[in-house]
Ligand binder design. Sequence first.
Ligand SMILES: [Zn+2]
Length: 57
Amino acid sequence: MPQPSDDAALLHVGDEVTGSFRCAECDLLVTSPAENDGVLVLPACPLCHSEAWRRVG
Ligand SMILES: [Zn+2]
């Protein structure tokens, strides 16, 4: 599998998402909740304060 480096795949703070995402800087995993229609509003990373996330899977 090639590793695409498309920056278009990055999501940012405030984006409403579903699924699992990793911090673009430190790889912290966040997953949208089962409640609230499964929608997660992306925060700044609590570890490194990055504002960019990439979708997992
Ligand atoms: Zn981070």
